[in-house]
Design a protein around this ligand. Structure first.
Ligand SMILES: [Zn+2]
Length: 54
């Protein structure tokens, strides 16, 4: 049970889509958007590509 729970928590740290290089970007930081008032997550791939939530 605990293994399943920790797995689902891990999923929330991942972006919805893979990097264009085909790998899974990792969460590097979260920021609060002053424009929307929502938290924005920044992901960075091993290839150096960075993506954000929106
Ligand atoms: Zn990449």
């Amino acid at each position: 049970m605990s293994a399943i729970r920790s797995q689902s928590e891990e999923m929330e740290k991942l972006p919805a889509k893979l990097c264009r290089c085909g790998r899974q970007p990792e969460l590097v930081r979260t920021m609060l958007s002053v424009q929307t008032g929502r938290q924005v997550r920044m992901f960075e791939c091993r290839c150096g590509e960075r993506t954000w939530d929106d």
